[in-house]
Design a binder for this molecule. Sequence first.
Ligand code: SF4
Length: 437
Amino acid sequence: MSAMTLDANDRLLTVPPRARSATDLTPDLAGHLATHGALAVPTRDDAAWTAAVWRAVSESGLLGRGGAGFPAAVKWDAVRSGGRRPMVVVNAMEGEPASAKDKVLLAYSPHLVLDGADVAAAAVGASDIVICVTDDNGPTAASVTAAVAERARAGMAHRRISVERPPGRYVSGEESALVAWLNNRRALPSLRIDKSVPLAVGRRPVLVHNAETLSQVALIARHGPEWFRRLGTPEAPGSTLVTVSGAVRSPGVLEVELGTPVGDIVRRAGLEGALSGLLLGGYGGAWLDPSHLSTPYAPGPLAAAGATMGVGIMVALPVTSCGIAETARIVRYMAGESAGQCGPCVFGLPAIADDLEQLAVGRAGADVLERIEVRAAVVDGRGGCRHPDGVVRLARTALAVFADDALAHGRGRPCAGHRAPSVLALPAATTRDRWAS
Ligand code: SF4
């Protein structure tokens, strides 16, 4: 996927890398500084600067862009109260197969992400920044590594920065899995009862932020909270990156103002033909009925419509495809990405995938819809992490949005679309126990 034409609201993707080839992009520090200006970040504790940047991030209302939508300033508070010198982790794992926003961001604007990491580190008193990129994403790691070296040559490396390569699995970018891997354990998620207690590497508290969140921090530190709030809604200020694919002429990453109607976003990507549904959030996201295309793209309105922003994925499903078959393929993939630690996830997800696959081809039997709901209720909220909850939401919304199709398939009359090629990108099957590089 590629980045798309910029418009007046674009703030993040404004510095094209020097491209030697499609996969060999050279970051451009001079271009970054010419576009965004220099950013003065103190190298030692500076109480006045810290108070000012803390206030700016808090007043900006910035919500994390990694999926949970947690207020960034609240995360900072938790880490600072931890006592020991913290560490900042840049989460650029991007385990969602349909997402490309972090890859594009780190190709176009790696220095904006690194600026944001520097600001966050100075604000919480961290001496180390660790950037995590999956072990199967060489181009992004190369771009980030080149940007780090470029800053060192320019005398802008004030803290220890390293690039780490955890295994590329769907759940290995979940922040507790990432921190487990940094503690030399397998990259598996863990149950966190109290999320106000920060994660730790050794005994050092860790501030984990998604790459896009940090690039927004870099802009807020430069321009202030009022500027940030000029875009977006009062509850969800700013712009955000969305990866649009499916029935569109120009699949790729768009920067959009939060609150933009969902339909305007897919139309901007060149929507082609009629839609049967829109997948939002990711493979643990939700299907949205096309009657909701006027819904503002922001967490509150999407939640009211039964959907989620997740990691900013939008897949337009054409009427020629089958939503039940597409969902069955995703659920099978997601079942294979279970970390194998919790019974409801290990046994429940494959069982739901079996039912959906049989439903897709019209061989599931009349009671399949009830059976799927019974299984979903057993799985929902019972895992150590939220992986199975997302899969259950996806399955439930599929049966609601494609309700007529589901009934017809259940009666043994599958639609022609179930034989159509998959619209959704699905990676090749991964080796089940590949949790450590
Ligand atoms: S719910 Fe699934 S993915 Fe999450 S920790 Fe348990 S087994 Fe692993």
